[in-house]
Ligand binder design. Sequence first.
Ligand code: NIG
Ligand code: FE
Length: 421
Amino acid sequence: MSLIIHNTGMLVQTREENLAFTAGKDMAVLPVIENGWLLIEDGIIAGYGPPETLPRLSSDIPGLDAGGGYVFPAFCDPHTHLVYAGSREKEYTDKIRGLSYEEIARRGGGILNSAKLLHETSEDELFWQSMERVREIISFGTGAVEIKSGYGLTTEDEIKMLRVIRRIKQESPISVKATFLGAHAIPALYRDNRSAYVDLIVNEMIPAVAAERLADYIDVFCDRGFFTVEETARILEAGARYGLKPKIHANELDYSGGIQAGVRHGALSVDHLEFTGEEEISALLGSGAMPTLLPGAAFFLGMADPPARRMIEAGLPVAMASDYNPGSSPSGNMKLVVSLGCIRLRLLPEEAINAVTLNAAYAMGLSETHGSITVGKKANLFITKKIPSYGYLPYAYGSNLVETVILNGEVVFDRAAGNRQ
Ligand code: NIG
Ligand code: FE
């Protein structure tokens, strides 16, 4: 199956070399081809170039007229919790009234509230609720998503979540990576015996998850009021014995030592990082751990933003993700994340687009196949309406500009024709 996209305004993020990620000053570089064409063969990007090299449109290659729209690599979203039951807008109102995220959690709300709801929801129902979110993020231009467990908090319910994630992977055209997050919160039952819950994660949950090969990565919420650095170390060491690489939540609520713990354990990414100082930045430099920022969460909770500019000036790469979850970021809209990156983190549009494509692909172990327009990579793309420049994408922060989404070389969403998934 071949398809040639022509009459584009621009191809954005065209990389001849297979680059793992872009860091420091290079993050402001975003290669483009004006009015380019792009050829897809068997789900893979087979060629692209400037208009003068457009292969003759032969009658056997179907053409797709982009109508002057811009072609981007589909967003990669390397940190979500999109498998969850119900919603938590009551806590949202409590927050407006002045309760903090941590106070809500202490009163049994927050993650524990979602765990209770999830326990009461059947696996099938959880799948359908989650698939609705998956279809929505695809229509917003996301082509790869990492999804965490962590609203189970018992072996049975963690496995239930991970099976739902596996089913999404099997039944949706989106690329999926699964992360085991048994250490998301201490369940009420273990409040006075935290080490017993860590024992349960280490001795029962991790082996059960590994036995069914349900996870690619392991995560711990290493932060004030959640899991300590010592508990994190125990869990990550146990995960490593089963081949699970860490991608951890760190320094959202305090200078928790989580960033250094992630680096020590060879994390692929350390995520949140609102509390990042010079020590944390030096730990990250050269570590291979992708600093992954979640501006939607700080925005929604009205909390401090991470020092993205200082990180980039120090030579670090940054990725961004939606953190799609019912408590701190009930949105998986990556275009909005790009805008928040520019508005709140003061990223340039080029830096923000690199953060949600190339660098985000790295943060989920997909940089060889996703995150840029490169020959040989998966044809996961979106085409916008006709727009004046790529800077218009974050600038028009409330407009949905995504017209067509192509995953594995096939049109899976077309605003004009209706959703085809
Ligand atoms: O990434 N920080 C921890 N976990 C989620 C929030 C989960 C929730 O409140 O349900 C986050 O923000
Ligand atoms: Fe999160």
